[in-house]
Design a protein around this ligand. Structure first.
Ligand SMILES: Nc1ncnc2c1ncn2[C@@H]1O[C@H](COP(=O)(O)OP(=O)(O)OP(=O)(O)O)[C@@H](O)[C@H]1O
Ligand SMILES: [Mg+2]
Length: 382
């Protein structure tokens, strides 16, 4: 068997072998997915706590690529309580988007597959495990129960259709039963008003290119809200906008959440935004959760060296320093993760246990959990 020649490089033969094996694995998953008339009992489940709208339970999402298996999400568990905002932070590539795409079941298939774990979605009265739910049911769930606001509004809008037509289409598709054309139009106008668009009748007839970035993002939010979803996933919704518009959009999301009592899963690498928005915070690193807790736990008592590093690399108004802190080193190769703590090679606070296996989750308090050897034997102490 051909060996790896150099770190990260594969011979053509090796790549072919991996690709053959991948196909075998992904074909098996796809076959399972494509079955018709799957009985509801297969994907029906019960929430651990009915006060949650989503529960991620030991989620593993892998990408089977020709270069090897990318463990993009590797054992993630957290919950999104009803009516609350959960912020998911972590640097680029740590698996934030893959976690949210797993909930929407919009992974790039067949390479991307949920290989283990469950994602329980509270549908009111019953709960589904979306990782086992067949496609035709998922189509109704998307939009009606879970919807997503993307980073770049132009990717969610079709440039050749008018704004009004695009929102109408969403309503028709998911919530159109028994509604006349006028009803749908009225609902679209109402949504445009709700997201703070003053000239809603005018915007109804405009094309996306006629709007500014902030206006487009408002339209995308209106689309996401069209069917009163219970969970809104916002994946870096303000990254493409300038700071003043960013503040307006965050304000808008906060107001809307209270008005329709939905949960928000807010993904960003900007801790400032999280501080403004989130009730709970989940910190991800290299496909795993290193720390989670209430916003107060994370901002006032950060425990994991990575979280402490993130806090230190955030500019603070009124504090004079020569240079912002930057965490040394880089994220390990996702195809070849070490068998010890993934952060160890970058960590400046290592202790004896760090040479051991990947650390387990330690409860510092009821809400505050951390995976770090520094807290071994210190359960219940913050
Ligand atoms: N379609 C894909 N094929 C192969 N690998 C993928 C695919 N999509 C994502 N990945 C890998 O999964 C890992 C997690 O990616 P993800 O997009 O979730 O990162 P992220 O935390 O959202 O980063 P960012 O802040 O840059 O958006 C990365 O290593 C990425 O390269
Ligand atoms: Mg992302």
């Amino acid at each position: 068997m051909a060996k790896k020649k150099q770190e990260g490089y594969l011979s053509a033969r090796e790549a072919r072998r991996i690709s053959r094996e991948n196909r075998k694995i992904t074909n098996a998953y796809e076959k399972q997915r494509k079955r018709k008339n799957v009985p509801e009992s297969e994907y029906l489940t019960t929430m651990r706590d009915i006060g949650n709208s989503v529960e991620f339970d030991n989620l593993h999402t892998y990408f089977f690529t020709d270069a090897g298996t990318v463990k993009a999400v590797d054992g993630v568990s957290f919950e999104v309580p009803i009516g609350k905002t959960v912020g998911v932070v972590g640097e680029s590539g740590c698996g934030k988007s893959v976690t949210s795409l797993s909930l929407m079941q919009l992974l790039q298939r067949p390479q991307g597959q949920v290989v283990e774990g469950a994602i329980r979605l509270n549908m009111g009265g019953k709960a589904y495990d979306v990782t086992k739910t067949p496609n035709e049911i998922l189509q109704q769930i998307r939009g009606n129960y879970v919807s997503m606001i993307f980073q770049e509004p132009m990717t969610a809008l079709n440039p050749v259709f008018r704004i009004g037509e695009q929102i109408n289409e969403v309503i028709e598709l998911h919530d159109g039963e028994g509604k006349s054309e006028e009803d749908i139009k009225a609902r679209t106008i109402e949504l445009l008003k709700m997201v703070g668009i003053a000239n809603s009748e005018g915007v109804y007839n405009m094309f996306p290119h006629e709007l500014s970035g902030g206006m487009r993002q408002r339209v995308v939010i209106a689309m996401a809200l069209a069917c009163n979803p219970r969970v809104i996933i916002a994946d870096e919704p303000t990254t493409a906008l300038d700071v003043t518009i960013q503040a307006q959009i965050l304000d808008l999301l906060r107001q809307l959440k209270d008005r329709i009592n939905s949960s928000i899963m807010f993904i960003t690498h900007d801790l400032g935004v999280i501080a403004e928005m989130a009730d709970y915070v989940v910190v991800m690193y290299a496909g795993r959760i290193v720390e989670k807790g209430t916003a107060d736990d994370i901002f006032h008592h950060p425990a994991h060296p990575y979280t402490i590093g993130l806090m230190a690399s955030k500019p603070v108004v009124g504090k004079k320093i020569d240079k912002l802190y930057s965490i040394p080193g880089k994220v390990p190769n996702p195809i070849n993760m070490p068998d010890y703590c993934y952060f160890k090679d970058r960590c400046e606070m290592c202790v004896g246990g760090c040479d051991g296996a990947y650390p387990g989750e330690i409860s510092l308090s009821e809400t505050h959990k951390v995976s770090c050897w520094r807290y071994e034997g210190k359960e219940g102490q913050t």
